[in-house]
Design a protein. Structure first.
Length: 264
């Protein structure tokens, strides 16, 4: 695919119409958490959804900006997309000027076979493993994922409500193998602004494509999203408060914790 980023209207939209709500927040996260360094070779994970597509455009704009000296490749795992979804995905890549390598995997087949009613946990775990291996094969030292502000807030509540632990996605973390750094440069970007960008630019992203995303099975994330939407009606700042709390933990008031004893 021949790229012509100089005349890319989507990049212009990021720089102009969405400079404050998306571009500046992307740059702020990179600076705040030191996500990109000169010499990095970064793989961007592309699912075909709105979040990963805009992440690709943000990286292309950063590359054009030349403020950082890094390499970037775009990769996507096909976990079992339908032919229709895969065709739609490829058409989006062409229209958005994103050179992406798509490789096949049987993740959905295995996850739904092992746990037909609640395949999401196993699916996510397997997707990470397959993607990490591919990124390492390509010689990349970092993997960028399209998780945003709302994902971080929702994940916090999912873990509290259903796993009994306080943790969430963080902007920078070392993979389990220790060979890779996972980064989330969209940590400050709100989902509503991503949706606005997609609508304004008439981009029709692909959904997850599985029966859970289609609403045919229960989804803990969907439950939390609906709860937060309800709570926002009375307190519009509730998501921001939850997000802020994840950076403002008073360890002296965590049950079981004693100073000088990490194990409580």
């Amino acid at each position: 695919m021949t790229l012509n980023l100089e005349k890319d209207l989507y990049l212009e939209s990021l720089r102009k119409s969405y400079r404050k709500k998306i571009w500046r927040k992307f740059i702020k996260a990179i600076r705040d958490f030191n996500l990109i360094e000169d010499g990095d070779k970064i793989a961007v994970g592309v699912s075909g959804g709105k979040d990963s597509l805009i992440l690709c455009k943000l990286f292309q704009e950063l590359k054009r900006d030349k403020s950082k000296k890094f390499e970037v490749v775009f990769i996507s795992m096909n976990p079992g997309f339908s032919e229709e979804d895969l065709f739609s995905f490829k058409q989006n890549l062409i229209s958005l000027n994103i050179p992406c390598e798509i490789f096949d995997s049987n993740v959905w087949e295995v996850a739904f076979k092992e746990d037909p009613q609640n395949p999401c946990f196993l699916c996510a775990k397997m997707r990470r493993g397959v993607l990490y291996n591919k990124v390492e094969e390509l010689g990349c030292n970092k993997l960028a994922l399209g998780h945003h502000f709302d994902d971080i807030v929702e994940t916090c509540l999912i873990n509290m409500f259903y796993a009994g632990t306080i943790k969430t996605m963080i902007p920078k973390v070392t993979s389990t193998s220790g060979k890779l750094t996972v980064i989330r440069p969209m940590a400050y970007i709100k989902e509503k602004d991503i949706i606005s960008f997609m609508n304004r630019n008439e981009i029709k992203p692909m959904g997850c494509g599985c029966s859970v995303e289609a609403g045919e099975k229960d989804s803990k994330r969907r439950e939390i999203k609906e709860l937060l939407n309800t709570l926002e009606k009375k307190n519009p700042n509730i998501k921001q408060s939850i997000f802020n709390s994840l950076k403002n933990i008073n360890i002296d008031y965590v049950m079981g914790y004693k100073k000088g004893n990490k194990n409580g």
